[in-house]
Design a protein around this ligand. Structure first.
Ligand code: NAD
Length: 245
């Protein structure tokens, strides 16, 4: 898999799946920029990676911050080869509990954040005629429903529509846009849902265990590689077989 010497941005890179993606890309020889609202943690994760890596503060819901992120990376490294638009939140609320503010906040981070991150990086990818964009969606987008996450599922389905259409817009260049669909992955965010939820999930997964952030990272690294140049507008499910039965 060729990501060696490529310059990669991972949003939400300070934790969980983002940190796992960063680790796999870094191990494969990419330079990784971890962009997160939690700058201190992004820097800490960057320091632990095997290759060149930095942590940068960026809120993906803010147009000025995503634009500044792209400029910082180009100033520092000269190009942006890979964007992993991964930052996301998944607060739970049933339809009766869900406020308009909750709905808007989840859309801001999970959907607008993807748009703003892509919009900031795309001009640089166009200029160099090379780019690999990988969006972290979820099996809740196209494949399953979890009561309590209507707003979340809507964002994760929405970014898949965005991904397919964006992939078409750039298809004539060497830029690809794809997504990964993680199932239940052991991250801090999931731990917050409690042991009972986790046990139920483990029992519903044919492989009998939750996935790891690195399991997702390996799928992302393929889509982010030079080898995946003919793969665009599609997605890889990483769920231990959960959506098969
Ligand atoms: P996590 O909470 O461990 O990590 C999310 C990271 O995003 C954190 O470091 C957080 O600070 C950062 N972040 C939040 N809002 C941000 C913002 N506005 N700008 C920049 N950074 C921001 O969560 P995770 O489980 O690693 O989830 C990562 C992605 O994977 C999310 O998009 C999530 O929806 C998706 N996902 C997770 C699972 C799972 O089982 N964990 C399953 C499917 C999809």
């Amino acid at each position: 898999m060729t990501v060696e010497d490529r310059i990669a941005i991972v949003t939400g890179g300070a934790s969980g799946i983002g940190a796992g993606i960063a680790d796999v890309l870094s191990t494969a020889g990419a330079t990784v920029v971890l962009a997160d609202v939690d700058e201190a943690e992004a820097e800490r994760v960057a320091d632990d990676l095997p290759g060149e890596a930095i942590g940068v503060e960026a809120d993906v819901t803010e147009p000025a911050e995503t634009a500044a992120l792209a400029e910082t990376v180009v100033d520092e490294y000269g190009r942006i080869d890979v964007l992993c638009a991964n930052a996301g939140i998944f607060p739970s609320a049933t339809l009766e509990e869900l406020s308009v503010e909750d709905w808007d906040r989840v859309f801001d981070v999970n959907a607008k954040g993807v748009f703003l991150s892509v919009r900031a990086c795309l001009p640089h990818m166009r200029e160099q005629d090379y780019g690999r964009i990988v969006i972290t969606s979820s099996i809740t987008g196209p494949l399953v429903g979890y009561p309590g996450w209507t707003h979340y599922a809507a964002t994760k389905a929405g970014v898949l529509g965005f991904m397919r259409t964006a992939a078409l817009e750039v298809a004539a260049s060497d830029i690809t846009i794809n997504a990964v669909l993680p199932g239940n992955i052991a991250t801090g965010g999931l731990d917050d849902l409690g042991e009972e939820y986790l046990e139920k999930m483990r029992n519903s997964i044919p492989k009998g265990k939750l996935g790891t952030p690195e399991d997702v990272g390996h799928a992302v690294a393929y889509l982010a590689s030079e080898d995946a140049s003919y793969v665009t507008g599609t997605s890889i499910v990483v769920d231990g077989g959960q959506t098969l039965p």
